[in-house]
Design a protein around this ligand. Structure first.
Ligand SMILES: *[C@@H]1O[C@H](CO)[C@@H](O)[C@H](O)[C@H]1NC(C)=O
Length: 247
């Protein structure tokens, strides 16, 4: 199964998959039998996976590798990327979204960060040229955006989301942030809660608090209208994906 599955929990029902090659067939076969999984996100645009999900009801968010971002910032390369990675499989495979890189800002790689928004814009333009309007372009952020978020890097990305009506993606990782004292809080188990005096919200799990922290940053930058959900889902700060933690 997923050997390096990273949590991407912004949407209820979304499963993030990292594969080794040998896992691909087993997992996609297995996944298609599980009717409760409605969306997956893969960390590349692996053609075997996209082929495996053809004609299924499960939608697959594909990812542009971080290393491809500088090239893709040029329209011609974005057009090729869409031709090679999307047009062969879409719409037979449901592809609602392309994630441009993964936690690019957290890499602190100046070249990648400088090209990120241009890559998003080029991909969006390339999709338009291919007359595809239903695939959204976004980029997943780590919670690091909470501390470094600013008007220079983050606000223009939010502006892109506003202009293109696409959602912000974020990876809250509640299970990475816990300590012994906050384990129940991280795992959606009964706990004493965490009262936020600034907002009067009493958070009973870390996931809600993390999503609202992201939302607060968006609001401070003037972009609280940007969708924090996606694919028709809105901000899910009060969803409890408890089933993810059933073990
Ligand atoms: C917050 O919720 C928890 C869990 O329901 C509760 O134990 C705690 O008293 C609440 N705190 C406040 C300040 O309302």
């Amino acid at each position: 199964m997923a050997k390096r599955c990273k949590g991407f929990l912004f949407w209820a029902g979304l499963v993030c998959l990292g594969f080794t090659q040998a896992d691909t067939h087993t997992f996609t076969t297995h996944t298609q039998d599980q009717k409760t999984i409605v969306r997956v996100k893969i960390f590349d645009a692996n053609p075997n996976i996209l082929r495996a999900f053809a004609n299924s009801d499960i939608s697959v968010t594909v990812t542009v590798a971080n290393s491809d971002i500088p090239a893709i910032s040029k329209l011609s390369a974005a057009v090729s990327w869409v031709a090679n990675n999307i047009l062969h499989f879409y719409p037979t495979a449901k592809i609602p979204r392309i994630a441009v890189g993964n936690e690019v800002i957290a890499t602190a790689d100046k070249t990648l960060i400088a090209h990120l928004l241009f890559a998003m814009k080029s991909l969006h333009a390339a999709l338009n040229l291919a007359e595809i309007s239903s695939i959204q372009v976004s980029t997943p952020h780590s919670l690091g955006i909470l501390s470094i978020s600013d008007r220079v890097i983050f606000a223009p990305i939010l502006e892109f989301h506003r202009q293109t009506n696409t959602p912000l993606m974020a990876c809250p990782y509640p299970f990475f942030g816990f300590t012994l004292n906050t384990l129940d809080y991280a795992l959606f188990k009964p706990n004493g809660g965490d009262f936020d005096h600034a907002t009067g919200m009493n958070y009973t799990n870390m996931f809600d608090a993390q999503l609202d922290a992201i939302y607060s940053v968006m609001k401070r930058l003037g972009y609280d209208d940007v969708d924090g959900g996606g694919g028709g889902h809105t901000h899910t700060a009060h969803t409890k994906p408890s089933s993810l933690f059933s073990r």
